[in-house]
Design a binder for this molecule. Structure first.
Ligand SMILES: Cc1cc2nc3c(=O)[nH]c(=O)nc-3n(C[C@H](O)[C@H](O)[C@H](O)COP(=O)(O)O)c2cc1C
Length: 328
């Protein structure tokens, strides 16, 4: 977690922080950073490196045969505002050719075949330029389905952070992880987990444990400050780099406020089906839209972020045009 607070100019040899609860110091909470010997100048904003702060480009890539892994992966992408990619073999697995118990079936033959077996995949991911990849798969005979290795052979994630997760009948992920670490040693692997049935808050907690969180943003309208978060995708990363920014937003359809900005942002649009009050989305490549009602849509958007609590949003934004300051 990052907390920001103003520090007066001056030269410091140590910093201490202490947590207060109801204005009373919490026992044992004091931490001191000694021998810092740093000089802070007035008028300068000091912060931890942007990569730790800002939105990351995160991909949730998954293979799923019976949709257990798919539902975890979809929920993960939704929680993070990350891109979602389904690893699909050019020849789909079917229940006829994939009976778990039948050693003549395709999955068994692949998994127990030579180490080089790689079923062909539909390689439609594009440039695969991500900071973090969350890689989901079912456990097949204790291991990673070979089709997932086809994915790792097709896209080069050397030096990138990849976090594996699996679903299974009962097997854990450790044998699969050993296989991945051994075969793809140039990837920066982080420890994975079996996430059967995980969704929403459970996933948020698990991801936060790996330092994958949505970075905070604020929207200020008049005297009201609304807490919001940026998505973890290329669009949000580019939007975050423009902050702080004040937009004079126009009213549309009794649902939304919008503004065409001067900068084109990266687009990866899809039709969300349902728009939720509090969604901050990009229409086309330069129209920022803040929605204050929930409704169904047939239009496509790219996620920028969302307002955490949209319950009073309609009243805050008012009936006409409104000036909104987006801050980091
Ligand atoms: C071919 C095959 C092999 C499997 N091998 C294992 C296994 O070794 N251990 C286990 O716990 N579950 C095993 N399972 C069960 C799946 O891992 C489990 O149902 C998983 O959640 C399926 O994910 P999916 O719905 O995303 O395909 C196997 C399933 C299939 C189809």
């Amino acid at each position: 977690m990052n907390i920001y607070f103003p520090v007066p100019e001056g030269t410091y040899n140590s910093f201490s922080i202490r947590l207060l609860k109801d204005n009373i110091p919490v026992a044992g909470s004091q931490k001191t950073l000694a021998n810092t010997a740093m000089t802070l100048e007035t008028g300068t904003i000091y912060r931890t490196p942007a990569v730790a702060l800002g939105p990351k480009k995160v991909l949730v890539a998954y293979f799923s045969f019976t949709n257990n892994t798919r539902s975890v992966a979809e929920s993960m992408a939704e929680v993070l505002g990350a891109d979602l990619y389904r690893i699909s073999p050019t020849e789909a697995y079917t229940s006829d050719n994939n009976n778990y118990y039948d050693s003549s079936t395709r999955a068994y033959q692949e998994q127990y075949g030579p180490a080089s077996v790689r079923p062909a995949i539909n390689a439609t991911l594009g440039d695969a330029d991500y900071d973090v990849v969350l890689l989901g798969f079912p456990i097949w005979y204790g291991k990673v389905p070979r089709v997932v290795l086809s994915f790792l052979d097709t896209y080069d994630f050397s030096g990138k952070t990849v976090i594996p997760f699996c679903t299974s009948g009962s097997s854990g992920i450790s044998a699969a992880e050993s296989e991945l670490h051994g075969t793809y040693g140039a990837i920066k692997w982080k420890s994975g987990a079996r996430l059967n049935g995980y969704s929403g808050e459970q996933l948020k907690t698990w991801l936060a444990g790996h330092g994958i969180e949505n970075s905070p943003m604020s929207l200020t309208v008049g005297n009201t400050v609304l807490a919001a978060e940026l998505a973890n995708n290329a669009t949000a990363q580019a939007f975050g780099a423009l902050l702080p920014m004040t937009l004079d937003m126009s009213e549309l359809n009794g649902n939304e406020k919008y503004k065409y900005i001067d900068t084109d942002l990266p687009v990866n649009s899809a039709c969300p089906g349902t728009i939720h009050a509090g969604d901050i989305l990009l229409y086309g490549n330069n129209c920022v839209v803040v929605f204050y009602k929930t409704f169904n849509t047939t239009y496509s958007y790219t996620r920028i972020g969302r307002i955490s609590d949209a319950s009073a949003l309609e009243g805050v934004l008012g009936g006409g045009s409104v000036s909104v300051r987006f801050g980091s």
